[in-house]
Design a protein around this ligand. Sequence first.
Ligand SMILES: O=P(O)(O)O[C@@H]1C[C@H](O)[C@@H](CO)O1
Ligand SMILES: Nc1nc2[nH]cnc2c(=O)[nH]1
Length: 275
Amino acid sequence: MSQTKHRPQVAIICGSGLGMLADTLKCQDSFAYSDIPGFPQSTVQGHAGRLVFGELKGKSCVCMQGRFHMYEGHSLLKTTFPVRVFKLLGVETLFVTNAAGSLADGLQPGDIMIIKDHVNFPGLVGLNPLCGPNDDKFGPRFPAMSGCYDKNLRCLAMEIAKQLGVAGLMQEGVYAMVGGPNFETIAEARLLHRLGVDAVGMSTAPEVVVATHCGLRVFGLSLITNKVVKSYEDLDSVNHEGVLEVGRLRSHTVQQLVTELIGRMEINNNTNNAA
Ligand SMILES: O=P(O)(O)O[C@@H]1C[C@H](O)[C@@H](CO)O1
Ligand SMILES: Nc1nc2[nH]cnc2c(=O)[nH]1
């Protein structure tokens, strides 16, 4: 904290190919993860590995340009470590973004899904960052997860999308996290579709679980980068370069949405730090 004057109220986690969100911050102080004690390193292309502090529309923000994934070999405690750092810095609201494949027929590549809820597949089988002794300074042993994606922010995001003329690209949906790093088989894709999942990816849920546990308000966006192949007749296949490319194509719209939402949302200045 001695190395920056910023005292962030909002934290943003940039998904694959969405690192440009950090470029919107003014008066930046930026730190390589390798220079921050205890921080893991980013190993995935499209995740720069920098923590960027700055101002956005008068709000003090910190942006993770690069997140950590379970499939990189990090423990879930490490992948979510930054979320608790944000809490201790005084952050009140967490924005999570990710790249995801769509299962819902109405979601096309380039669309933006406001995350209404998630299915944490690793969490359902005990791969949960909250496993182990509970740190009561952060939150309760058995935290509720209903309503973990803030409804007011979801409504405001939709209102802003209408004003920006991009509402046609946006809808709410359910995100599912799978472990990765391979993309889905066709049988897995069909299973997820039948279960009511709208979009699938390899991140986000553990961060949101830890954020909700320690009382952060959460807003989440999935950029739909590909359709998940559900038919044995379909010759398409997904790859990471294609995922990053859609991020580049939609960067401006995602930046606009996030900037406006941060600018217009209310901040409670009485945030209680966990420790
Ligand atoms: O960090 P996110 O969840 O945006 O990254 C997604 C999932 C994989 O890490 C990668 C696959 O292309 O993109
Ligand atoms: N699991 C998964 N993650 C993704 N990230 C971007 N696209 C996809 C996808 O189709 N499946």
